[in-house]
Ligand binder design. Structure first.
Ligand code: FES
Length: 211
């Protein structure tokens, strides 16, 4: 059977550009794909005066398509302003790679969502969000749908890990349905913090466990 990938995709998969993390990232995000349970993390450095992306790195826990798309979008985004980088679509990324198999569309969507979420994280942390909505339980729940449960390969809402959510006076209180000493509890807690803390009106995030 012939490889379903063209040479450019294979080249980016074998030698991905901009892999890793940035120690002093200005914006970062990890996004999970509900379609396959894979994840991608994107870190960006931003020039505060021009809002240009001066450096960008990604880590993929996904397939070859995801790695190749992560590689190409980091190349496409570097040097662009946040506004320009936000407009990069999975279609453009896929075209830049010379095409991906149709069944692999969600992998490039995941990489592009990772980039957009890192930009959003920067904007939230720096008060650049223009259409501010108040944080409610629904807003929190929507964000938690982006946190993967590594045990199941699905998000933590779909796998019933969220036992309680309360939002009051800028304090978000959450109870996660797992033992605190579980092997993944610390990682999940950190990811939840990363997703909720940057919301503009959140002052504090309190995370508890059921056991
Ligand atoms: Fe999961 Fe490609 S199959 S990212």
């Amino acid at each position: 059977m012939a490889f379903p990938y063209n040479d450019k995709v294979l080249e980016h998969f074998r030698n991905p550009r901009n892999v890793g993390r940035l120690e002093d990232a200005d914006g970062k995000a990890t996004e999970g794909s509900p379609a396959c349970g894979d994840m991608v993390s994107v870190n960006i450095k931003v020039d505060p005066a021009t809002h240009k992306i001066t450096d960008i790195k990604f880590e993929s826990y996904g397939c070859a398509s995801n790695i190749a798309t992560g590689s190409i979008i980091t190349e496409m985004a570097k040097g662009k302003t946040l506004e320009e980088a936000k407009k990069i679509t999975w279609k453009e990324a896929s075209e830049e790679l010379g095409g991906l198999p149709a069944i692999k569309v969600h992998c490039s969507v995941l990489a592009v969502e990772g980039l957009r979420a890192a930009i959003q994280n920067y904007e939230e942390k720096h008060g650049l969000v223009t259409n501010r909505v108040d944080t409610t339980e629904d807003v929190v729940l929507k964000r938690l749908k982006k946190v993967m449960n590594p045990l199941k390969g699905l998000d933590m809402v779909a796998t019933n890990l969220v036992k309680e959510i309360e939002v009051k006076d800028g304090v978000v209180r959450l109870v996660i349905d797992m033992p605190e000493d579980h092997q993944f509890s610390a990682a999940i807690k950190e990811e939840v913090r990363e997703k909720i803390e940057p919301l503009w009106d959140v002052k504090k995030v309190q995370i508890g466990f059921t056991e």
